[in-house]
Design a protein around this ligand. Structure first.
Ligand code: KIV
Ligand code: ZN
Length: 387
């Protein structure tokens, strides 16, 4: 069976950047966009041009510099949003307008205060208008995660008829279970006429910690684009983390999906986005957290020293981390201590290690972590070996 390419749609600069405190200026956004392009993303969502003059300008500048990736601008299903997005994207080599409207009962009743019929009318009008400016129009059904599947399929079908090239199915509130989200994508595959001519896209939020699982369930069931952000930044608990979905597909060839992402750049771009947006990455964050390749318990350290794969499913080099770390704490065993001492140039005999290890434990009990300078002092104890 053929492997299938999954498009990576990065929305760090739109869904990610709208988080309080993450605001970037135009130069910073252009620099992030250049790195995203070098990373190999297929689509860069550069901003929401109607939202502010600054966002408009950023989309204009990003559209000028990006050479290969599609540059996308967000708009509501509102005429002036769409026209403004089209203006901002004028210089893009591959422009895409991303337009849409809420489709769930709560969005229709409480946010939009309208009816399903009117939502469909607005969706169709928005896609048709966007289509006058660009060939590539992505339609989003906001809160699709909580939208009745039959109505969702109907809106999507009308959007396809109106000219949409991509159908985005956002789990806006991060509510769905992976099985439910996967079934939703499958339902659309089976029930939207013309779906075979468009790309179905996932857009998952992480309120229940399931954004990555839901996105993968989406692609397993036929989605061909994943919307995501670097480090999973985004509204509330964030969006699907780019580095996670990319590595899931890489580490699971059984899924028969691949992306064009140069995974060796993942660690560097994670740090760059974290520094530029001033949002720290949690240490235990999958793939890019400081502890993602660190081992601190004795049993694990012993296994990793004997064979890395015992406790690591990813080669750190594949994501741009140059080695696994053996962290020395009071939970570390002799194997880890000998390994770290050897790296510092101390080759200890078994007897010497017997003398040094209790000394190490004394120091380790008083510290969170034993560092190289502590190790140099500890190593000197080996001279007390009885002869
Ligand atoms: O989460 C969401 O529904 C969105 C849409 C605007 C695409 O970000
Ligand atoms: Zn979103």
């Amino acid at each position: 069976m053929d492997q299938q390419k999954i498009q990576i749609f990065d929305t760090t600069l739109r869904d990610g950047e709208q988080v309080p405190g993450c605001k970037l200026n135009t130069a910073e956004k252009v620099a992030v966009a250049a790195r995203l392009e070098a990373l190999g993303v297929d689509v860069i969502e550069a901003g929401f041009p109607i939202s502010s003059p600054g966002d408009f300008e950023s989309v204009v500048e990003i559209a000028k510099v990006v050479k290969h990736a599609t540059v996308c601008g967000l708009s509501r299903a509102v005429e002036k949003d769409i026209i403004t997005a089209a203006e901002a994207l004028e210089k893009a080599k591959r422009p895409r307008i991303h337009t849409g409207i809420g489709t769930s009962e709560s969005h229709i009743q409480y946010k939009l205060r309208t009816t399903q019929e009117k939502v469909v009318e607005r969706a169709v009008a928005a896609v048709k208008l966007a289509k006058k400016y660009v060939e590539d129009v992505e339609f989003y059904a906001e809160d699709a995660g909580r939208t009745d599947n039959e109505f969702l399929a109907y809106v999507c079908e009308q959007a396809v008829k109106a000219g949409a090239t991509v159908l985005n199915i956002p789990d806006t509130t991060g509510y769905c279970l992976p099985s439910e989200y996967g079934a939703k994508i499958k339902y659309l595959q089976d029930n939207v006429k013309g779906v075979e001519n468009v790309i179905l896209s996932t857009h998952c939020h992480n309120d229940l910690g399931m954004a990555t699982a839901n996105s993968i369930a989406g692609v397993v069931n036929g989605a061909r684009q994943i919307e995501c952000t670097i480090n999973g930044i985004g509204e509330r608990a964030g969006n699907t983390a780019l580095e996670e979905v990319v590595m899931v597909m890489r580490q699971h060839p059984d899924l028969l999906k691949y992306t064009d992402i140069d995974t060796k750049q993942l660690n560097a771009i994670s740090r760059y986005v974290s520094d530029t947006m001033r949002v720290p990455v949690q240490p235990n964050k999958a793939i890019v957290g400081a502890n993602a390749f660190a081992h601190s318990s004795g049993i694990h350290q012993d296994g990793v020293i004997k064979k890395r794969e015992t406790y690591e499913i990813i080669d750190p080099l594949d994501v741009g981390v140059d080695h696994s770390s053996i962290i020395l704490t009071a939970r570390s065993g002799r194997a880890a201590l000998a390994y770290r001492l050897k790296n510092l140039g101390y080759e200890l005999t078994r007897d010497e290690l017997d003398v040094v290890y209790p000394e190490f434990l004394k120091v380790a009990d008083s510290l969170k972590e034993v560092h190289d300078d502590d190790l140099h002092r500890i190593a000197e104890v080996k001279h007390k070996v009885a002869v």
